[in-house]
Design a binder for this molecule. Structure first.
Ligand code: 1PW
Length: 214
């Protein structure tokens, strides 16, 4: 089934993440944020219950947009340039949030952890049986990733929201990519790119000891 004209497709999100990685294996922040904006639209389309999940992502995207469109925008062209700029100028709170509570480094770290969740979730969705429970896949992938960084109350609310997720086939339909087979194929092509973006970011943050930024 073809998507209605103008309808939002998850394909665009995945294409944005695909466009993130340069030949030098740097991560471009423009397409990264574009991917996130699309993801938020997608989450909001899943129902009001998901807007609490997307709300924090929106705040984080806006923080990053202000850097990427601000006076130092050249420094925020890639993840790599951002990390060296912010670290060399002492613009990152390393122990506790104080003078630089919203550094690009800590903001991207939150999105980066959430991207792992998305990756695990889409991987689960792709390989699951037709009649698998999407809420179970979503809960498992959340528990295996982002949940570790959330307080109890957020974890509870998130798991309640996941119960509202439609069945696997209906979910693949909402992705607006075509029929379930096409959606599964698209995921198979797109997931390596998300994995790549995640892996490069993870390595960069590890190198600079940034994985536990407050
Ligand atoms: C269907 C799979 C979708 C994956 C999309 C990921 C969206 C991630 C947003 C989760 C937000 C939950 C509520 C917010 C918690 C914040 O406290 C937390 N933010 C994140 C992104 O984990 C930590 O940010 P903070 O409080 O340190 O500024």
């Amino acid at each position: 089934m073809a998507a209605a004209p103008g309808a939002f497709s998850l394909r665009e999100v995945l294409a944005a993440f695909q466009a993130c990685v340069t030949e030098q294996r740097e991560v471009l922040l423009g397409p990264y944020l574009q991917g996130w904006r699309g993801l938020v639209r997608f989450l909001n389309g899943l129902g009001a219950i998901f807007s609490f999940i997307s709300k924090d992502a929106v705040t984080k995207i806006q923080i990053m947009e202000s850097y990427c469109g601000g006076e130092q925008q050249e420094e925020y062209h890639t993840l790599q340039s951002m990390v060296s700029y912010e670290l060399s100028r002492g613009l990152v709170d390393l122990q506790r949030r104080s003078s630089h509570p919203d550094s690009g480094c800590r903001t991207i770290l939150r999105l980066h952890r959430a991207l792992r969740w998305l990756q695990l979730f889409l991987e689960g969705l792709r390989t699951a049986q037709q009649d698998a429970s999407t809420s179970a896949i979503c809960t498992d992938s959340y528990n295996a990733s982002l949940a570790a960084y959330h307080p109890w109350v957020v974890r509870k609310a998130a798991v309640v929201a996941f119960c509202a997720l439609p069945s696997r086939n209906a979910f693949l339909e909402v992705m607006n990519v075509g029929g379930p087979e096409e959606a599964v194929e698209m995921l198979g092509n797109a997931l390596p790119h998300i994995r790549d973006v995640y892996g490069i970011t993870q390595e960069l943050y590890e190198q600079h000891h940034l994985l536990n930024l407050p």
